[in-house]
Design a binder for this molecule. Sequence first.
Ligand code: TRP
Length: 332
Amino acid sequence: MNKQVLTGIKPTGRIHLGNYIGAIKPALQLAEKQSCDTAYFVADYHGLTKIHDKQEMKELSYGVAAAWLALGLNPDRAIFYRQSDVPEIFELSWILACYAPKGLMNRAHAYKSLVEENKESGKEVDAGVNMGLFTYPILMAADILLFQTEIVPVGKDQIQHVEIARDIAENFNKQYGEIFVIPEYVIQEETAVLPGLDGRKMSKSYNNTIPLFEEPKKLQKLINKIKTDSSPPEEPKDPDSSVIFALYKEFATSGQIKEMRRRFQAGIGWGEAKKELFQVMNSFVEEPRNRYNELMSNPEDIDFILDKGAERARNKILPFMREIKENIGLYH
Ligand code: TRP
C-alpha cells in the first residue's frame, strides 16, 4: 500500500525561501516517489483567518499555487487543489470540533503567543483573535484526517498542529473504533528552522523573508541585507554558524559547497560571500521564476489545474466522509 502524504501552505504572504526549503522542496521529493500518494493544497481558508482583503486573497492564493507548479509539482501525479473547493473538509471540521477539548485550543502556539503579546502590551487578552484563528488547528486536523494521511511534511512550527490532529483523531477513535489514521509529521532536520535576514527564523510574521521569485536586482539587494558581523575579510569564518553559508548550501552543488567551506575557513569577505550566494540562488531560481511569472499572468491556467485537482480530491474522500458520518449515526 502506498503511503498517503499531505501538506498545505496558507496564502498569507509571498512564497519565500523558508517555505521552499522547509516545506515545498521535501514535499516535491516525496511526490516523485512511487511509494507515495501525495495531496498538496492551497490552504486558503486558513489564510482567511488573517487576510481580509479580496484582491490580496486572490493574488496570494494564485501565488502559492503558481509557486508549487513553477517548482515542478506534477498535477497529474499529486492531487493539487484549493482547500475551499473541497467543502467536505469543513463538514469534517465541525465534526472534529465536537471532539476537540477547548483547553487544547487554548494551548495552541499561534493563539497562545497572540494572547501573550496582548497581555504584554496591556490589551484585552483576546484582542484581534477571531474564532477562525482560535479553531485553526481543528480545520488543519480536518485537512489531514479526511485524506487518511500518514505523513505530513511540515516546518518545525507546525509540529504542534499535527500533534493536535493526532489527539483529536484519538479522541474520536476511542469512541467509534479505528476510523481515522493517526498521522505523523516529517521535518527537514538540517534546515528545520531557516534563519531570516536578521538571523531570527525566516517568517512572514518577522518580516525578514527573502521571496523566492524576487527579480534579480531586488534579490541581490535582499541578500546584501543579511546581517553579518564586522569581522574583516581575511579573518577565518565558521561556515556552520553563518546564515549565508546555510542558504548557500541549499542551492549549490556538493563541489561548490566544499569549496565555499574552504573559503570561509581561509577567510572570505562578507560582500564576496554574498555575491556567491546570489549567483547560485539566482541561477537555480531563473527558470522557475519565468514559469511563475507566466502562470501569474495566466491565472485561468491555474484555475483549470486546481479545479481538476479538487474534483480528484473529492472523488477520493467522499466514500470516507460517508463512512465517518455513518459511524457517528448520521445515516441509517
Ligand atoms: N498551518 C500550515 C502553515 O501555516 C498550513 C496548513 C494548513 C497545513 N493545513 C495543513 C499544513 C495541513 C500541513 C497539513 O503553514
